[in-house]
Design a protein around this ligand. Structure first.
Ligand code: GDP
Ligand code: IMO
Ligand code: MG
Length: 422
């Protein structure tokens, strides 16, 4: 069998958590391959709402195995919080969640370094989630990181060396902190972590595929936040793209099956950085209000704008997307007109190519389509789609060259329409 990958094509928060949950019944194993608790994946079903940060979104469906892969960075303190809140709501995970020994640990000082680096950047700050993601991946790449598997051998020594190295750096920044208090919570997290099975996840995933079982890889963040191909430097510190599933799980490129690319019917971004189609008017405010566009981790208001097909085409190319999933169609229910950016104007010249540096200024060139002015939230099948929604989907498929297989019309698991037409 091959592994299917689901990932975001925009700047994150496309609705990955919801769709992974919907697709989980067709899979045996769900695995996260990059990112960490900077992610906030929301799932809604049976009148309840959950936000997952490090735990894969397959955790609510029966006896499926969920894996935190080697490409993930894990904060034991936040992991403990997440597990306990799930346990409180009646979900026991210990048998169904396994953790790669090669996943890197976010230390208490990584979070402090994240804060220090951000404040030193002043107005040029990235607007990170403050979870220590950048400093943890930096330590991984500079070969100074601590891994989950290290908890099993001489951990204290390695931990102290890392903390002392970080404290040496922190001396140069003016931030206040209470390290013993942070460490207390962190080590309690370590105890919680140890309740779970640490595995060689690359063997587990490949053996699972070999035995004919199905694996779904769940991306975090989105392609426009990818460390190589996103709007650098306003990006996260991991490869959020399909290739990240190879390095973050240990699967070979020729083992990748379907690539589900997920996007909103419009576009959002949280944090700093360029966003060519951003709206500063009533339409943008309406998208934020109706779509409840506030960060699921930080609560920050998300910046809103029209769909950007230049960026989407680029994302589809980089990821080898085979199927598209359009989210939050219902948020546009009341809009008279829908706009889509089909090209950029850069230095007066029109281009459909994604530029080297989005920060240099790209003016969107829009086309307008009629809105559907229909409440989609209780629709049960594609036969009920209004004509204007079908036209919007036809237009997107034509522009993007990949079929839209799923349309989401509300946050609930049930508000998901699978399209059957080719
Ligand atoms: P993720 O990080 O990609 O998993 O996305 P988030 O959970 O951060 O953000 C998506 C938000 O949109 C969540 O609040 C979801 O409950 C919500 N959502 C998902 N799909 C839909 C939809 O089709 N319509 C509406 N109105 N909300 C949706
Ligand atoms: P999910 O998985 C949206 C953004 C931050 C910031 C930049 C770098 O829920 O889609 P980091 O803390 O990673 O160093 O921050 O990336 N960011 C996200 N934006 N959704 C996310 O995750 C994000 N994870 C990070 O806002 O701009
Ligand atoms: Mg999110």
């Amino acid at each position: 069998m091959k592994i299917d990958v689901l990932l975001g094509l925009q700047w994150g928060d496309e609705g990955k958590g919801k769709v992974v949950d919907v697709l989980t019944p067709s899979y045996d194993v769900i695995s996260r391959f990059q990112g960490g608790p900077n992610a906030g994946h929301t799932l809604e079903f049976e009148g309840r709402k959950f936000v997952l940060r490090s735990i894969p979104s397959g955790i609510f469906q029966g006896d499926k195995i969920n894996v935190i892969g080697n490409g993930v960075v894990l904060d034991p303190a936040l992991f403990k919080e997440e597990v306990e809140s799930l346990e409180k709501s009646g979900h026991t995970l210990t048998d169904r969640l396994r953790i790669s020994k090669k996943a890197h640990l976010i230390l208490p000082t990584h979070r402090l370094l994240d804060m220090a680096y951000e404040s030193a950047k002043g107005s040029g700050k990235i607007g990170t989630t403050g979870k220590g993601i950048g400093p943890t991946y930096t330590d991984k790449v500079s070969r100074n990181g601590l891994r989950v598997g290290d908890l099993l051998h001489n951990f204290d020594e390695k931990y102290k060396a890392a903390i002392n190295r970080h404290l040496d750096i922190l001396k140069h920044y003016q931030i206040e902190f209470d390290l013993p208090a942070l460490e207390k919570v962190w080590f309690e997290g370590i105890e919680k972590l140890k309740e779970f099975q640490f595995i060689d996840s690359e063997h587990f995933i490949n053996d699972t595929l070999k035995s004919g079982k199905k694996v779904l890889a769940e991306g975090a963040q989105g392609t426009m936040l990818d460390i190589d191909f996103g709007s650098y430097p306003f990006v996260t510190s991991s490869n959020t793209i399909c290739a990240g599933a190879c390095t973050g799980l240990g699967v070979a490129p020729n083992k990748i099956g379907d690539v589900y690319g997920i996007f909103k019917a419009y576009c959002t971004r949280v944090g700093s950085g360029p966003f060519p189609t951003e709206l500063f008017d009533h339409d943008g405010d309406e998208m934020r209000r109706i779509g409840f566009e506030f960060g699921s981790v930080t609560g920050r208001p998300r910046r809103c704008g029209w769909i950007d097909l230049v960026a989407l085409r680029y994302a589809i190319m980089i990821n080898g997307v085979t199927q598209l999933i359009m989210m939050k169609a219902d948020v546009l229910d009341s809009f008279e007109t829908i706009k889509a950016c089909v090209a950029y104007k850069i230095d007066g010249a029109e281009t459909e190519e994604f530029p080297f540096d989005l920060n240099d200024g790209a003016e969107p060139v829009f086309v307008e389509l009629p809105g559907w002015k229909t409440d989609l939230t209780s629709i049960k099948s594609e036969d009920e789609f209004p004509e204007e929604l079908n036209s919007y989907l036809d237009f997107l498929e034509e522009e993007l060259g990949v079929p839209v297989k799923i349309v989401s019309v509300g946050p609930d698991r049930e508000q998901t329409i699978i399209r059957h037409q080719d």
